[in-house]
Ligand binder design. Structure first.
Ligand code: FAD
Length: 297
């Protein structure tokens, strides 16, 4: 099913994201993880794409998306385009289609240096180039990434939003945000996007914290601002795994309930391949999601 259609049928849409393990690890563990995540019956599960990985590693994204389909959950394959040839992209899209996967998250991807202008080769400079290509030649429902606090490389948030509009006009059906910790950043972003005429659904990307060091690293890498409330949690409980996990899940639950109560189109949970944490978070928000789906809001 096209994810675009899900938004028309029943909002809010709730999804999970996983990442493929590297080649040193077998697929057994991630397959078990996916089995447990599928039991929660999210609207879809997406699989990230290792831009800097080998072709075998990239191939795992598509294999896992296909496995998700076997579990009777809608899959979405991420695909990044930076430093790819047209042939490579065509081959990946053909494989995605042949396996019956109907949804693609079309992204640029990060370079090793994190700077787009360095070492870019191939016909695809930005996500918009990939989106244009997919829209012209394929039937996928297309998602794209967006950044409530502005993308790290953007000259300004205004400039970033203008490029986002171009991206959406090239054929995007829905957007998913990078993780954020302050809902006000999301609300301001959605308001500005709507004022610019960006009408597609915008899903909020939320990551439950379970490990202090990891979250600081991720937030620094993607530029997400840590709130005082969140920093206090990390500082206070970083030496106590159980307490940090409980507090992190509570923080993410509160974020999601506020987002849903404010009419957010959907929630995308960055699971970090942790089914237990995801289950606990999901249980905290389940009745709220169901109440909204029943009302058809
Ligand atoms: P773009 O939309 O191309 O934007 C990149 C930068 O270029 C921005 O600063 C933008 O303002 C600017 N820009 C855009 N268009 C133009 C233009 N026409 N001219 C000049 N400047 C322009 N990365 C992975 O490697 N694998 C994944 O699976 C993955 N999944 C992700 C999932 C989500 C939901 C999100 C939000 C991000 C994900 N990323 C993933 C990270 C993403 O690849 C990086 O954030 C990357 O740096 C930007 O990707 P983009 O598609 O948003 O880029």
């Amino acid at each position: 099913m096209h994810i675009k259609k899900m938004f028309l049928e029943k909002k809010p849409v709730v999804s999970f994201e996983v990442f493929p393990p590297n080649l040193q690890k077998s697929l057994d563990s991630i397959n078990k993880t996916l089995g447990k995540l599928a039991e929660l019956q999210p609207d879809f599960i997406s699989v990230s794409y290792p831009t800097l990985g080998s072709s075998d590693e990239k191939s795992r994204t598509i294999s896992l998306a296909s496995y998700i389909k076997q579990l009777k959950v809608e899959p979405m394959a991420h695909l990044t385009c930076i430093n790819s040839t047209k042939q490579e992209i065509d081959d990946q899209l053909s494989r995605i289609k042949d396996l019956g996967i109907e949804n693609v998250l079309a992204l640029r991807g990060n370079t090793p240096s994190g700077k787009a202008e360095v070492n870019v080769r191939g016909p695809y400079q930005y996500a918009v180039d990939l989106i244009t290509e997919i829209r012209a030649n394929h039937q996928f429902s297309i998602g794209a990434g967006c950044y409530p606090e502005g993308h790290l490389e953007a000259q300004s948030r205004t400039q970033d939003l203008a490029y986002l509009k171009q991206k959406v006009e090239a054929g995007v059906d829905f957007l998913i945000t990078q993780l954020f910790f302050d809902n006000n950043d999301f609300y301001n972003f959605v308001q500005e996007a709507r004022q610019l005429g960006i009408k597609v659904p915008i899903m909020a990307g939320i990551m439950p914290v379970v490990n202090g060091k990891q979250i600081v690293k991720i937030a620094t890498k993607c530029g997400a601002r840590l709130t005082d409330k969140f920093t206090k949690i990390i500082d206070r409980y970083q030496d106590n795994k159980q307490a940090l996990r409980d507090a992190g899940i509570a923080y993410a639950s509160e974020q999601i309930i506020d987002l849903l109560s404010s009419g957010c189109d959907g929630i995308h949970i960055y699971t970090m391949n942790r089914p237990q944490t995801t289950r606990r978070l999901f249980n905290n928000i389940k009745s709220v999601v169901e109440a909204l789906k029943i009302r058809g809001k």
